[in-house]
Design a protein around this ligand. Structure first.
Ligand SMILES: Cc1cc2nc3c(=O)[nH]c(=O)nc-3n(C[C@H](O)[C@H](O)[C@H](O)COP(=O)(O)OP(=O)(O)OC[C@H]3O[C@@H](n4cnc5c(N)ncnc54)[C@H](O)[C@@H]3O)c2cc1C
Length: 495
């Protein structure tokens, strides 16, 4: 007698647990689960609202995930791979859920792609231990990076903390090994169950960006991600280095970060598109630069694994734990609301609120303003970003915040503080970006728009005065950093 309905003797049942890899093409765990042509395969995605709340997950990101899953479910169903959806409150409840699902459905093998955040790693270990203890085979695959954490190490076997030597090593390993993109799996002979409906929303995770706008800006699915990659590499990549710092030019960068964050596209697919472009049309420093940004993405993932404390709200540079950040809720709120009186900072924050995304240069400017001009704890800004970003990603967000706050590895030196007005004049010289997000300044000329009240207060403008004196604030910040005693970073590497 068969223990499980429809399962014939000798047939294997495999489960692919999807997490930050919501795609059918170049998904290592999915390809491996489908390697045995006889096996029946199902995919699983888990709703974990309590855990998401703790992680500050943005509603707009969840919405992109759900829309991507809807497309993926249809793609997988056509391959006879039903997508199952289950809900548990948090990560702690997952091992038991997986075990009961496997036991109920007669699943022999479970596959997933590794995630590198601390809580995710603890969860995966607990899940793997429990499944294995019950006779179920678990396969975990490296998939999120072109070269995974632990494989790009210094000569003496340590994780790099500086990007340039990391990148050199990372690139040479990529060229040595080559990059292989897996095709989508072949159709299975049969499916043992039907897919579950993908929810349209999860209570408590409403998007702060109106849904039609979110959908227009960030259409769901791997097909949208691949189309965006193609347009970028075909039309814009060869001017990337020249134009990438100008936030008014919305096509100058790829806009792929939301898709990379949820895994609707892989970094290998991005690499391959860049490599194809180089092979077809010759060398390009712009495309090399874009690849280097993919390298930053991977570098910060390596940092999560090599220096676990950065997962746990601790700075990379331990001496900066002595800093006494200002506890000023009102100032923080003005920054969140885009009402600091510094147009480039305010336009940046309003872009985040309006679109769920912020241009990279502006992320640096806004983060530096919060931490250096207002001297507010980077962790508050990091969480606010996470709660509003459609591309929220612990590694990149933490890396970007610690870079801006000068608490991180390979960070901006604490005495090199961006001047918001000069940044604005340099990277938005005609004020086009400012006018897009600050309609109250639209009538100002290209010079005044960067600092409307600089010469004298303009009472006719419905725009706040600068909330701090930039120069005085910087002097204070530099003196607070200067007062820190330096702790040796190397000794504390693995805390
Ligand atoms: C304070 C701060 C917070 C940030 N938070 C996030 C975040 O939560 N999620 C996120 O994906 N990126 C984050 N970044 C990095 C960067 O701003 C975005 O990845 C980038 O703006 C995405 O735009 P794009 O896709 O057009 O990038 P492109 O310029 O086209 O670059 C291609 C890809 O490379 C990666 N990348 C580019 N720049 C960086 C970088 N500096 N660090 C790490 N990866 C990078 C991204 O995956 C990006 O999609 C943050 C940066 C800062 C300074």
């Amino acid at each position: 007698m068969e223990a499980h309905q429809g399962k014939s003797r000798g047939m294997s049942r495999h489960l692919v647990w999807l997490r930050a890899d919501l795609r059918s093409i170049d998904n290592t765990a999915l390809s491996e689960a489908c390697r045995d042509p006889e096996a029946e395969v199902a995919a699983l995605w888990l709703v974990t609202p309590e855990q998401w709340r703790r992680h500050g997950k943005a509603g707009c990101q969840l919405d992109l995930e759900l829309r991507t899953l809807r497309e993926l479910s249809v793609t997988l169903e056509a391959l006879n791979i039903p997508l199952l959806i289950r809900e548990v409150p948090d990560f702690a409840a997952i091992p038991a859920l997986l075990l009961s699902l496997c036991q109920a459905e007669g699943i022999d093998r479970v596959y997933w792609n590794k995630q590198y955040e601390w809580n995710e790693r603890v969860r995966d270990k607990a899940a793997a231990d429990l499944l294995r203890a019950n006779g179920i085979t678990v396969e975990m695959h490296a998939d999120q990076c072109i070269i995974g954490p632990g494989e790009v190490l210094t000569g003496d076997g340590r994780f790099y903390s500086v990007y340039t030597p990391f990148k050199r090593n990372w690139l040479s390993q990529i060229y040595e090994r080559g990059v292989r993109v897996h095709p989508a799996p072949l159709k299975r002979q049969s499916a043992w169950t039907r897919p579950d409906p993908v929810p349209t929303s999860v209570p408590g995770f409403e998007s702060h960006v109106p849904l039609p706008e979110l959908e227009r800006l960030w259409p769901g699915g791997e097909s949208a991600a691949l189309a965006r990659l193609e347009v970028f590499t075909d039309k814009h990549a060869r001017r990337y280095r020249e134009l990438r710092d100008f936030p008014a030019l919305s096509e100058a960068t790829s806009g792929l970060s939301p898709y990379l964050a949820i895994g609707a596209i892989s970094s290998r697919q991005c690499w391959q598109a860049a490599a194809n472009e180089l092979a077809a049309y010759g060398p390009s420093a712009d495309i090399d630069h874009w690849v280097s940004e993919l390298g930053w993405r991977e570098f910060y993932k390596h940092i999560l694994v090599g220096f676990p404390r950065v997962n746990k709200h601790r700075p990379f540079r331990l001496e900066t734990e002595q800093l006494r950040w200002n506890d000023d809720e009102e100032a923080f709120q003005r920054w969140c609301d885009g009402k600091t009186g510094f147009p480039i900072v305010d336009a940046a924050m309003r872009q985040l609120r309006a679109t769920g995304w912020m241009h990279n240069r502006l992320r640096m400017i806004a983060a530096m303003f919060l931490t250096k001009d207002l001297f507010i704890d980077w962790r508050k800004g990091e969480r606010f970003f996470m709660q509003h970003l459609v591309d929220g990603d612990l590694a990149a967000n933490n890396g970007g915040w610690q870079w801006s706050a000068s608490t991180g590895n390979d960070a901006a030196p604490y005495f090199r503080i961006f001047n918001p007005k000069l940044q604005s004049e340099r990277f938005d010289p005609e004020g086009n970006f400012l006018r897009r997000y600050l309609p109250e300044l639209a009538g100002l000329d290209n010079k005044r728009i960067h600092a409307p009240h600089e010469k004298q207060r303009d009472f006719l403008l419905d725009y706040p005065l600068p909330m701090v004196d930039h120069r005085a604030a910087c002097e204070e910040t530099v003196s607070r950093f200067k007062a820190l005693g330096e702790l040796p970073v190397g000794r504390a590497d693995n805390r």
